[in-house]
Ligand binder design. Structure first.
Ligand code: SF4
Length: 98
């Protein structure tokens, strides 16, 4: 259903015939960590996230996993894919017969 309060006209899973069912009966504005994210939307009612009702909760355990402005740094290792069919034959003691 479409929100009728802070994100007027936007489809929302929290909106019901009884109104907003989210905690506090409303979405919460973005926080400072959201600055630069493409999911931030500015509305007459304030600045909100297009994806989450409570952006602050997405930053409690680290970076928001949907943030478009945060780069995840880390070592990427290449994994050599095994052919599962050959691997199962090898495990079963099979293989090329001579
Ligand atoms: S997706 Fe995450 S970082 Fe981006 S606005 Fe929403 S809560 Fe903030």
């Amino acid at each position: 259903m479409q929100c009728q309060t802070v994100k007027v006209g936007k489809e929302c899973t929290f909106w019901a015939s009884s109104g907003c069912t989210y905690i506090g009966r409303s979405c919460y504005p973005v926080i400072e960590s959201c600055n630069g994210c493409n999911r931030v939307m500015t509305l007459p009612s304030g600045i909100y996230c297009t994806t989450y009702a409570d952006p602050k909760s997405k930053w409690v355990l680290g970076s928001c996993n949907f943030a478009t402005h945060v780069k995840i740094e880390g070592k990427v290792e290449e994994v050599k894919m095994k052919n599962p069919l050959k691997a199962s034959k090898k495990a079963a003691g099979g293989g090329k017969k001579k």
